[in-house]
Design a protein around this ligand. Structure first.
Ligand code: AMP
Length: 256
């Protein structure tokens, strides 16, 4: 059983690296931001509550987020473990998490704010299926169109200069103290996230004593159709690792 947390400011590659780890090691990937975004895109009750907060780049309330994580982990489908991305992001969330689960490591992806800005402004999201793209190193085959479903590629609603400034401030104020808590417990491996993603993934594996990463060959069709190792389009339509369609019928569950 392997249980990891992956941390880093937006654009540092948390989603990409947690998906690569999860796919290879049979871990369940829980992307808290993805679950929240899915609720907004699908106009759930929870989505209506959190939309403005997210668009402004602020953190969603601890109660909401803890409820999502608790419900998701309570599904107990993580036979080989999990990698949780985007949580905890405040001291309270960290305390809640550490009371309930023991973890094997925290992967901290370190990226300077200037590089964060460059990457975040190049991010695009498919309005149809939710697949992520980056115009820096993961462009679609046809400009502005999703490779998987043909949907329109749009910037994330919270990827504006203003929202990014708020997110960076929130991150430094509220999330750095979380790293300090984990560092005191000697869980943290700090990884420079500036090199290409293959190299970063290799470093993560080496530092955690995991099997080496074997990137798919360039131009492999599967790779082209599944940016950032996101899996197949059906998966992208529901929040990362959120499980099954039943979730769609139970927005209130997530809000508890
Ligand atoms: P991300 O996909 O990780 O960039 O997260 C996108 C947005 O979701 C953040 O800017 C927050 O508004 C919200 N969010 C994600 N994870 C958390 C969390 N652990 N606590 C509070 N808000 C969160």
């Amino acid at each position: 059983m392997r249980k990891y947390v992956i941390m880093g400011v937006q654009g540092s590659g948390k989603g990409t690296h947690s998906q690569l780890l999860a796919a290879d090691l049979d871990l369940v990937n829980i992307g808290v931001g993805d679950i929240l975004r899915w609720n907004v895109q699908n106009h759930t009750k929870l989505g209506a509550q959190i939309r403005r907060t997210m668009a402004a780049g602020a953190l969603v309330g601890d109660d909401v987020v803890e409820g999502i994580v608790r419900d998701r982990l309570a599904q107990h489908d993580w036979n080989y473990g999990f990698v949780i991305d985007g949580f905890p992001r405040s001291v309270r969330q960290a305390e809640f998490f550490l009371e309930s689960y023991d973890i094997d490591g925290v992967i901290y992806l370190d990226l300077p704010d200037s590089e964060v800005r460059r990457r975040v402004m190049a991010r695009r999201l498919c309005a149809g299926c939710g697949m992520d793209y980056s115009l820096i190193d993961n462009s679609p085959r046809e400009e502005g169109r999703c490779d998987a479903c043909g949907g329109e590629l749009v910037p994330r609603e919270d990827d504006t200069e203003e929202a990014l400034a708020v997110r960076l401030r929130e991150y430094h104020q509220k999330t750095n103290p979380v790293l300090d808590i984990f560092r005191r417990k000697e869980y943290v491996v700090t990884i420079d996230s500036r090199p290409p993603k293959e190299e970063v993934q290799q470093t993560i594996r080496a530092r955690l004593g995991l099997p080496a990463y074997h990137p798919p060959e360039a131009g492999h069709p599967a790779e082209a159709a599944s940016p950032a190792g996101a899996g197949h389009p059906a998966e992208a339509a529901s929040p990362a690792g959120a499980g099954h369609p039943a979730e769609a019928d139970q927005p209130a569950e997530a809000a508890r």
